[in-house]
Design a protein around this ligand. Structure first.
Ligand code: ZN
Ligand code: ZN
Length: 200
């Protein structure tokens, strides 16, 4: 069973839908990494996004399932480190929305569940498959069921193959169909900016 899941930023300017969401159509995971936590604090949405252990609820799914209905011009993206992860947020209100690879060559989209419809998200994505980077979490995280990045990659791999073979890789709303570059120019934090972000 899958169904569409709507999302919106805090102020509502950016809105859209993830198509065909179901517990087996993607992976609901909880990430406790310092990058997720730092950016969320910096953007001012820690209360809404992070759980009591600093975890963000995320849903990773195929790249062509994203439809942006409004506020495309409010999308911004940033690299926090030298790593390829690209973090997308709504610049109107600072709400974090998606994580992707640096370009569309490695197709996936990870959506912030806190931005998704509270009435239907829990049922549609199912329970969290596990917690990533629990060593970076807040407080005692020893009781949380763990998931490794390698474990998530193994689950991602079959979806990636489908996106490559079907041509869906070129149908992601966040990347140019031809060049596979992001639709807005990413900002990459300098190490000074990164330090300031950690302290904020
Ligand atoms: Zn993270
Ligand atoms: Zn907004």
């Amino acid at each position: 069973m899958t169904s569409d899941l709507s999302f919106a930023c805090d102020c509502g300017a950016v809105s859209g839908t993830l198509l065909g969401v179901g517990p087996d159509a993607g992976d609901h995971v909880t990430c406790h990494c310092t990058d997720c936590q730092d950016l969320t604090h910096h953007l001012g949405h820690a209360d809404r996004v992070l759980d009591e252990h600093g975890g963000s609820s995320l849903y990773q799914s195929r790249c062509a399932t994203l439809r942006i209905a409004s506020g495309r011009d409010q999308l911004a993206c940033v690299h926090l480190t030298e790593k390829p992860t690209l973090r997308w947020y709504a610049k109107c209100c600072g709400m974090p929305l998606f994580n992707t690879y640096a370009n569309g060559k490695l197709p996936y989209i990870t959506t912030q569940l806190s931005a998704c419809d509270p009435a239907s998200r829990a049922e549609l994505v199912g329970p969290s498959r596990g917690h990533l980077f629990t060593q970076d979490g807040v407080g005692d995280t020893s009781h949380l069921p763990k998931m490794s990045m390698a474990g998530l990659m193994r689950r991602f791999f079959p979806r990636m193959i489908k996106d490559l073979l079907s041509g869906d890789r070129r149908r992601c709303a966040l990347f140019d169909a031809k060049t596979l570059e992001p639709i807005v120019t990413p900002h990459r934090l300098t190490s000074e900016e990164r330090q300031a972000l950690r302290r904020s």
